[in-house]
Write a protein that binds this ligand. Structure first.
Ligand code: FDA
Length: 305
């Protein structure tokens, strides 16, 4: 119940005002968000790269309903990619892109054109883009945009959410050579007709998707902190004769940092999803929704008002 309430609150202005202005919130936010500026993002990337970790950068900001804002978001990402190249970090860091930040809700061809500019900037910098997957009603549009982007930038990746009943089907379609698929459980709210809502069913679906991706010709990216799924992922990689360079683990900045380093220390490729920027509210609320204990920290910080 908490999960649905928190996810509903990502779109509630009053809730946003309360959370953003509560004293102490920023300290908790900093656990999940690397900072507010491009400088912060580059510094954290350099730090993580120094520890043998890879990075995917998420410039926070989503659900853009303004053309100028969408274009400004594209420019910010192009600047970020330029900075990564200058700092010699493009081989260590890619960019995660939310199509809703570049105008998907306004017009799909407009978002495609913007995403194309981001992919071109990534290509020039020497790195890649992975499309995040957002609300269930944007999935088909995101996959259409992916198909178009891959014509020019075949290295473009995409996230698939195992809570979607069709996730296994999507994985089968995407398990081809050159394809990069990030498998995650799914961080949004979706109706029962479209998504599994039971945690065990979501996990089982994750394993079915993982089997398809590991057996396929693409490059699987296992985005989970779940110890059982990480273990199953490793076992399936061995079963399918995948070398450590043929797949990667991905985790969020601030979550299970020791496990991130343990896997990297064993020779695995581990990529940390680093979110940064001022528009942290929705991202932060999704992190709270994933783990009720995080809510305790927030309530305590609010009580100290
Ligand atoms: P689960 O939620 O079961 O957590 C397993 C364990 O991990 C928990 O017991 C806890 O120890 C730890 N943990 C997980 N979340 C935590 C939190 N917030 N705070 C503290 N501890 C936590 N989703 C989506 O819909 N679209 C997307 O594009 C992406 N992209 C993405 C990229 C990457 C790199 C990751 C790791 C995740 C995403 N996600 C996502 C989010 C994903 O769908 C999911 O919500 C979270 O990863 C949590 O699910 P787990 O698989 O970790 O399992």
């Amino acid at each position: 119940m908490f999960r649905h309430t928190l996810l509903a609150a990502t779109r509630n202005r009053a809730a946003r005002r309360i959370v953003e202005t509560a004293p102490g919130t920023r300290r908790i936010v900093r656990r999940f968000v690397a900072g507010e500026t491009t400088d912060d993002a580059v510094d954290v990337t350099a730090e993580l790269a120094g520890e043998g970790l890879l990075v995917s950068l998420d410039a926070l900001g989503e659900d853009t309903l303004d053309t100028a804002q969408a274009e400004a978001n594209v420019q910010d990402l192009a600047d970020l990619l330029g900075r990564l190249a200058e700092a010699g970090l493009a081989g260590k860091a890619e960019v995660s892109l939310k199509l809703s930040a570049v105008g998907q809700a306004l017009d799909e061809p407009f978002a495609l054109e913007n995403a194309r500019k981001v992919c071109a900037a990534a290509h020039d910098a020497g790195t890649t883009v992975t499309l995040d997957m957002e609300e269930h009603d944007t999935v088909e549009s995101t996959l259409r945009v992916l198909t178009e982007l891959r014509r020019e930038f075949p290295e473009t990746g995409v996230a698939i959410q195992s809570y979607l009943r069709r996730s296994e089907e999507y994985c089968a379609e995407l398990a081809h050579e050159g394809s990069r698929v990030r498998l995650c459980k799914g961080a949004y709210s979706a109706p029962e007709s479209i998504a599994f809502t039971d945690r065990v069913e979501i996990d089982k679906s994750f394993v079915r998707c993982l089997r398809v991706l590991m057996a396929g010709q693409g490059y699987p990216m296992l985005a989970t902190h779940d110890p059982r799924l990480i273990e199953i992922g490793g076992a399936l990689a061995t079963l399918h004769d995948r070398a450590p360079s043929d797949f990667e683990y991905q985790m969020l900045y601030g979550i299970r940092p020791q496990e991130q380093r343990r896997l990297a220390g064993e020779g695995a490729r581990v990529r940390i999803y680093v979110a940064f920027g001022r528009e942290w509210y929705a991202y932060f609320m999704r992190r709270l929704a994933e783990k009720p204990a995080n809510l305790g920290f927030l309530f305590r910080s609010m009580a100290s008002r």
